[in-house]
Design a protein around this ligand. Sequence first.
Ligand code: ZN
Length: 503
Amino acid sequence: MSPQLRSAIDVAAGGKTRAVIYLRISQDRAGAHLGVDRQREDCEALAERNGWHVVETYIDNDISAYSGKKRPGYRQMLADLDQGAATVVVAWHTDRLHRSPTELEEYIDLSERRGVNTHTCQAGPIDLSTPSGRMTARILGAVARHESEHKGERVARARRQKALRGEFMGGIRPFGWGLPTGEKRTKVDRKTGNEVEVDELDMLKAVPEEAEALRYWTDEILSGGSVRGLVRWCHDKGVTTSRGNPMTHTDMRDMLMRARNAGIAVYRGEEVGRGQWEPIVDESKYRAVVAILTDPGRKTTPGATPKWLGSLLFRCGRGECPHFVYVTQSGGRSYPSYRCQTGHGGGRRSEVVDQYVEDVIVERLSRDDAHDLLLASAGDVDVSGLQAEAEQIRRRMKDLGGLFGAGQLELAPFTEGMDTARAQLEGVTQQLARAATRDPLVDLVGAPDVRKAWKALGLERQRNVLRALVEVTLKTPRQGRMPDGGYFDYDAVVFQWKRGQDA
Ligand SMILES: [Zn+2]
């Protein structure tokens, strides 16, 4: 209790009933932004009419009523009341006092204990000492809560509409979006507090060079590139985030998986429909990228970039050993060599093996019939049909949710229906992903200089070609000098083709 309040109580000692006023500024009553001055006037008039002596007025300012923010004024009032500061609380409406059933029960408890009466300008006296008074208070609380939730619903609906229209909902400009309209507007700089002039942006329009980058990155991921590789690419090219910061792994991942890029509107992390803007990337490619980047089997151990073509890709093969080999320089060797994970047998010199595998692949892909190695193109897949199917399944899931929410569907058939739909959706998404994934061989087959094209791929994509095309096994090599005069047994490197007539 503050000293001022204590002296106010002493002044009131003349036998007048002591009252406190509680005011709250909020926007939770639809349409009525009731100013604090108006509330105060009404409350003071009520106290005056009843001949009460107002010893303290508490004010809280919480604009979003049910957001659960702390109300220091309210807490102080309860503490003072608990010490006997007053026996009457005056408020404009009960919804100014309590924001939740829990708060109301606490208030009822205190009122009973300290003999506090509550009067509101709108609903008159509420006698919390009687069951019917308490019921009235509870009902009023429930009504206020309903109104607030209803408003929340309206706001959510409006925001969903905004999402569909592609309107910018504040925050950081998403990479790829927001072409300057040529107009300017002023805004307050958060750091300095000064007004600054900024370009007005049309968030429905793609920024051409950024859109180009997004398409390139998408294709890179679809042909086996890594997020890490793309981040490096950004650093090399000086491409930054929309705020001008160096691109991070998370930035890149988020950008690639942003549904907006594919023309899909998202609200609260849920797809809400087709947005009203031109997509930057095809939906099928976008879905494929999401499928790839969220695949739990995808290895993304940072810093573990392989340095060799065959580490963990070539098989051991000594005595039919099925394990993969890795590269090591241990055991006093002067050069890195492929060794079985199980550690048995000697290693094979990595540089020589890699060079040989490269030679064989380049030779195979340079042959006249190399085109036979390519997979059927994505054009054979009915992408739009698959997309329509996916949309239908999503609608079905939404319908099921609606039926269940309305109590027209039991839990068991609901979950069963959802599981089925989810499985169907997964199947369709996988097909879409397959349709969009680029065959890693397309950059090589038909290239005028296959070796040059191979070198240009970089190790990650070379390994992808390897995965798709051939399985290499390092069999037990013969000892001594080989027929070619050297000491490396090329015949012990065995190729098992996965595609073409050799397969
Ligand atoms: Zn082995």
